[in-house]
Design a protein around this ligand. Sequence first.
Ligand code: CO
Ligand code: CO
Length: 312
Amino acid sequence: MQSDPALLVGFDKSDDACVYKVSDELALVQTVDFFPPVVDDPYMFGQVAAANALSDVYAMGGEPKTCLNIMGIPRDFPKEVTREILRGGYDKVAEAGAVVAGGHTILDEEPKYGLSVTGFVHPDRFYRNCGARPGDVLILTKPLGTGILTTAAKADLLAEEDKASMIRIMTELNRKARDVFVQCDVHACTDVTGFGLMGHLFEMVDGTDCEAAVDTKAIDILPVALDFARMGVLAEGMYRNRSYCEAQVDQGTVQTAVCDALFDPQTSGGLLAAVAPEDAEKCLAMLQGQVLSAQRIGTVRGYEGGKRIFLK
Ligand code: CO
Ligand code: CO
């Protein structure tokens, strides 16, 4: 096992990115993420992939600085499509105030795109996904249900306007959410992605002296996603997420379709933060109008043994 005292966060605790201390004032945040197209418009796919990769730096409380493209393209892939994907990524990185500084492309049977991102953070002021304390308020910054909608879109079931709002959610940077959180007393933060809200919330409390109480009525679930969930249109990853942590979740009397949305894997989802109770109102007020959906979804409590997440 390699070790280096300057490595403040490694891959031991499933954090969003690693953190490496350079000086008393500066630490590097580094992350990489790439995947096959989740939407059919190549420019939008580039934007989604970039927003998703940048998000792990925001989840640590950092500011993205340099990005490297990572791309796989099939032989004879149209040059124009490749260019559009890269342009989408480039524009999103520019919006984040960072730069694309290079990259690497290989031949691949299925197209893939994403970024390696390096950012800056203060070595004493970054967020981990653990660190929540009893009494903290759980705040989420984007609506849920994009995994269900991408599944519906692939089956050609999604109306154009719903497709547009799905893309709007997935291309939205978590930058403004991060900019608000750094002005508040945030004890833990992560972004909601492949493991769904339940999976990422479980990682926040697993192995700690905390559990989470979630008010599902306060969660902004896209109504059209709930409709599809009721019809059984669900992402494959939802079932994986369910089996990963279902045993730790007390679902109470919450409807199955709502639970499905809580386990729904998100691409480029919002930030989930545990905020000190005395800062929660201020934080929510500041998020209002800055993020797509500022939601107070529950609270952190002292762990009493047994399950880790309680839904009502
Ligand atoms: Co993440
Ligand atoms: Co505090």
